[in-house]
Write a protein that binds this ligand. Structure first.
Ligand code: IMP
Length: 430
């Protein structure tokens, strides 16, 4: 069964970790190119097949399909060290990966000074910290916007010029480390020696991916755009400032990949059957009790990137409806539906109130979100193990009702349901 038509965008609807990697891996089989368009190795995408689990941070989740080209777009920030490690680790499972993977010359690089700066800044903030993944994402995007100290992947193609730039940037950054934070600076030569070696290894994969993708659009190749993080972590439209530093919604495809907006195609929004969040920031449906702990254990809710326990709560259809409208959603993908089996009670959030007044729209600032109380609707729980279900009709009546309720509130059809980590544990609805 053909599952999608034309180009497709797979985007997270909440705070990331929606199991997008599995969905991208499945849908990649019917596309020619998979493009990551935002974020960096703050992301953690998990793909399971043939009894093996693969964890990815940077390389698009289409890599395990031999005929699929993989593109890291200009909107991504690339840690060259992590990229190279990931390529080496995955080569045995992804034939010809180095030939199929292209890294945008426009993508900005993450350097050791970005990670050091972020660690010092988060520590300095104390209780006011963002709770970032400490991968240097924010400082790298800040340098991109600031331009002066920014280094793009294309700069690795001219090592002599890049070496001079790295020395100059380290000298300037060291002033910040020493004079602002009272810390030791970095050794420019050591940084350069290490990163020049990564650059030499990655160089053959660096390309003008904007030109490549525009040609692919003209040739009517099928492109899958893979979002990282989720809409509520979007720098512009998420729960600012507790967001990531890139455009994590479908609106990020055009700038992040370098294609016209109309090339985006069908937008599929992924949500878990419940909600999770890592890091700081308001989370109206959070369960800080035994039920939250039960969901965390049943769903193995520990970060793929940092191992941090994830905060767990009820499905928030008020937030999801906002994300659905923002992304121009064509269909919903519900993942981890199996995890809800066996809970003593089941609820779904349909709206928020602040000071007893129902909100009409999702809050545009964290002050209101912090004070928002979820309006919860009781759903009928189920106890059956649904991990072997392959058709909608195989699901218990209560689970079917849960899915239909989500469709009704969000206003978009649920097209795919995931009932376990493996590729096979998936229900497609025509
Ligand atoms: P940063 O992206 O490392 O700057 O972190 C900013 C916020 O986004 C923190 O709350 C992180 O936990 C969160 N975050 C970043 N990437 C992901 C992800 O892939 N999944 C879930 N949360 C993420």
């Amino acid at each position: 069964m053909q599952k999608t038509q034309g180009n497709t965008c797979v985007v997270g609807l909440t705070w990331g970790d929606e199991a997008k990697g599995k969905i991208v891996d499945i849908l990649a089989a019917e596309h020619d190119i998979v493009v990551r368009y935002n974020g960096g190795n703050n992301a953690g995408h998990t793909v399971c097949f043939e009894g093996q689990t693969h964890k990815l941070h940077l390389v698009p989740s289409g890599l395990y399909h031999e005929r699929v080209e993989c593109v890291i777009g200009g909107g991504v920030v690339v840690d060259p060290k992590v990229l190279l490690e990931e390529i080496v680790k995955n080569e045995p499972h992804a034939p010809n990966l180095r030939r199929r993977l292209k890294v945008s010359s426009r993508a900005h690089a993450i350097w050791p000074w970005h990670k050091k700066l972020e660690a010092l800044s988060e520590k300095h903030q104390g209780k006011g910290k963002i709770g970032t993944t400490l991968r240097g994402i924010g400082p790298a995007y800040a340098d991109k916007a600031n331009r002066v100290h920014a280094i793009r992947m294309g700069d690795f193609l001219d090592p002599a010029a890049l070496q001079a730039k790295v020395f100059a940037v380290v000298e300037a950054q060291n002033l910040v480390f020493q004079k602002v934070f009272g810390e030791e600076g970095l050794d420019a030569k050591a940084v350069w020696d290490e990163y020049a070696a990564y650059g030499r290894a990655i160089q053959p994969m660096i390309a003008d991916t904007t030109a490549l993708l525009l040609d692919a659009v003209d040739a009517k190749k099928r492109i899958l755009f893979e979002g990282a993080q989720g809409t509520l972590l979007d720098i512009d439209h998420g729960t600012y400032p507790y967001v990531t530093s890139s455009s994590a919604s479908a609106a990020g495809v055009s700038p992040g990949a370098g294609v016209p907006g109309r090339a985006v195609g069908e937008v599929l929004g992924v949500v878990k059957a419940y909600t999770t969040r890592v890091g700081e920031g308001p989370f109206p449906t959070e369960l800080k009790d035994a039920l939250g702990d039960q969901i965390r254990e049943q769903g193995h809710e520990y970060g793929t990137t940092t191992g941090r326990p994830r905060r767990c709560g009820w499905l928030d259809t008020f937030a999801i409806r906002y994300a659905a409208r923002l992304n121009g959603l064509d269909g919903i993908v519900i993942t981890l539906l199996d995890v809800l089996g066996g809970l003593p009670e089941l609820r779904i959030c349909t709206g928020y109130t602040v000071d007893g007044q129902p909100l009409k729209t999702f809050p545009d600032g964290i002050e209101a979100l912090d004070r928002a109380q979820p309006v919860l609707e009781a759903m009928v729980p189920w106890t059956e193990d649904i991990s072997d279900a392959r058709h909608f009709r195989d699901l218990p009546h209560a689970a079917q009702k849960y899915v239909r309720r989500v469709e009704k509130i969000v206003g978009a059809p649920v097209k795919i349901i995931s009932v376990g980590p493996d590729r096979e544990q998936t229900i497609f609805r025509p």
